[in-house]
Design a protein. Structure first.
Length: 368
């Protein structure tokens, strides 16, 4: 028996969510790598700035003047990161805006689309909406400013403390930037790398959620609700566990329960991996005459909410190519050959996806 439109949308949404989370991890890695390269330059410039300045001859006024130079160095280091992240997110939104349209166009029968044509959304519209909406209490621009400001505080405090303790210039620079031998993890600014990674991954999920919401609103004549879909494992937050499979209206009102939507999946907390499945109306709800479509089309466009599926069940019914993308070659072969079950091996291969790779793995959803 052919699977319904909403069942197929569920499968593809789960897969896409996995790929987006990997892509977000990859973006975070690239941003941290860029900051690492800039930090090496920061360390060299800090050596030059502090060279020859003895702590025992430094007044509070001269130290304050010196810290202005430190602020400039920090800004020079962080500005390229903010620029690179904005560029990456802009490119990603261009893809994500088109993905939703391609997905629905490939799954909803043509006989339905003749009566309820899909509306595209402009990437510029999605990006503008995303940057105008705060996530975790701040706008994207404000997060960039906060990351830079927090880092500056760490650097200036380290320099001030080093001078007050009579440390050498080399010791102060090491205190700030760490040592290459330890991958600079011993520097006070190492925490800023972790913060950058967290904000970057959250920003990617924020963009994905905004694109999905904009598409749903633009196509409210065919999309009637959305269902929260959480990745249930040992890392799942309590906020997402309690909302998994819950239905909401397109504007976030609970349907059949009282659990509030809050900011929604992908936005409810830092690094939220939850997504949502857009539920289409039935052919009857769309008021399409039954004699204008085949019986198969009527059956596929039943408007029913997809049945609950576990990660293991979902993965087991995916084509081998997708199993390989999720699990890696070895685990996928073992699963196919019946040598191991999904619960026994749980965890994906953890590859980091570039935008081109994200585009390529999603393409399978639009075939056939």
């Amino acid at each position: 028996m052919a699977r319904s439109v909403n069942d197929r949308l569920q499968d593809e949404t789960i897969a896409h969510g996995l790929y987006v989370n990997r892509y977000g991890t990859g973006v975070a890695r690239r941003m941290v790598a860029l900051l690492n390269r800039l930090d090496a330059d920061l360390a060299a410039k800090l050596l030059v700035l502090l060279d020859g300045k003895r702590a025992d001859t430094y007044s509070a006024r001269r130290l304050a003047s010196l810290l202005v130079g430190v602020r400039d160095l920090n800004q020079q280091a962080y500005e390229p990161v903010n620029t690179a992240l904005a560029r990456e997110l802009t490119r990603y939104v261009e893809y994500e805006a088109g993905y939703q349209l391609d997905l629905f166009s490939s799954i909803i029968p043509k006989q339905i689309l003749q009566h309820a044509p899909l509306q595209s959304i402009a990437p510029e519209q999605v990006y503008a909406a995303a940057v105008a909406q705060p996530f975790q209490g701040r706008l994207l621009k404000e997060w960039g400013q906060k990351l830079e400001s927090d880092r500056l505080d760490k650097i200036t405090n380290a320099v001030r403390s080093g001078y007050l303790q009579g440390e050498t210039v080399e010791q102060i620079v090491k205190r700030v930037a760490g040592t290459p031998k330890l991958n600079r993890e011993d520097g006070v600014i190492n925490a800023s790398r972790r913060d950058l990674a967290v904000v970057t991954r959250t920003a990617v999920n924020h963009m994905a959620a905004t694109a999905r919401q904009e598409f749903a609103q633009a196509n409210s004549d065919i999309v009637k609700a959305k269902q929260w879909s959480s990745t249930l494992d040992t890392h799942t937050s309590q906020w997402c566990i309690i909302r998994d499979r819950k239905l909401y209206t397109l504007d976030g009102k609970p349907l059949g329960h009282v659990v509030p939507y809050l900011r929604g999946p992908g936005k409810i907390h830092f690094c939220c991996r939850s997504g949502e499945i857009l539920i289409t109306k039935s052919w009857e709800e769309l008021q399409i005459p039954p004699d204008e479509m085949s019986s198969a089309t009527r059956a596929s466009m039943d408007g029913q909410v997809p049945a609950h599926t576990s990660y293991a069940d979902w993965l087991a019914r995916q084509p081998y190519v997708r199993q390989e993308q999720v699990l890696g070659v070895t685990r996928a072969m073992m699963l196919r050959d019946g040598k191991i079950t999904v619960p026994e091996m749980f965890n994906d291969a953890g590859e980091f996806l570039t935008l081109d790779e994200l585009r390529r793995v999603d393409a399978s959803a639009f075939e056939g």
